[in-house]
Design a binder for this molecule. Sequence first.
Ligand code: MTE
Length: 305
Amino acid sequence: MKILGSEITPYKTYLNRRKFIKGSLASAMLATVTSSAFANHDSDLSIYTKNLNENDKLNSYEEITTYNNFYEFGTHKKHPHLNSGNFKPRPWTIKIDGLVKKPQTFDLEKILSNVTIEDRVYRLRCVEAWSMVIPWQGFQLSELIKMAEPLSSAKYVQFVTVFRPEEMPGQQKRTIIWPYREGLRMDEAMNPLTILATGLYGHEMPNQNGAPIRLVVPWKYGFKSIKSIVEIRFLDTQPETSWETLAPWEYGFYANVNPNVNHPRWSQGTERRIGEFKRRETLMFNGYEEEVAHLYKDLDLTKFY
Ligand code: MTE
């Protein structure tokens, strides 16, 4: 089923329909998958839910939208919520270039009318050892990649965030080298778990969470999930990424969630779920081992972290 961003159900309707908050996650998930407006008709739904259990309560809309990392709006967790009011996420275009048949610039509305918007409840595990469970709306990145028609020589995908210092006060300071950039290997980008998210909790994507469109790669640390994307490049070599460029000894290109490989300054063995007191164990590949471990079978994960 195809729905446009502008047709996304308002927040209250969404909550009533799904009764996410009160029920256990299992029944919540059932509500999700049977909800006609958001039903995903053609893929195996179990892969989106099996890694979640009753201990994985959804974080509240407030938690998800007031505790953020988005350095374009400041380095404190409250800054994106407080400083992103002047950001204008519409109209929006995404430029596709590099190793593709026809480099072109897509209007976001055109992309949205050609893809299948689905619900995906994913954990987001930040490299700073906190996590949340977020009900996203979005579509598989593979759908856009197919529209872009990459050449067979394209082995990597690079993503670039918008650069608008007049709307993004953090970009007026040199905290990182702007614009924010991220990248994936082509097989990671084509994996069905990888989505471009355009909303959460049935809302269009809030500015502080990466409006109007951001990546979500649930088995990787949160910094891979680049926000407010304006350009996607197809390359034959591994692209530069913001955090790896800044501190390669701390942040690798792969950034797979891995409780056995610590950050040099802290352990990755446990995490603090926002809203909880007791720390919980971090899962290998953030709980998606079965779906993605095969991608790294020949890779030394202590070296390629
Ligand atoms: N994208 C951009 N453009 N700028 C950023 O500072 N922060 C990253 C990622 N995407 C970031 C970004 C980090 S470190 C995390 S943990 C997630 O966004 C946080 O996403 P959330 O604020 O929606 O929870």
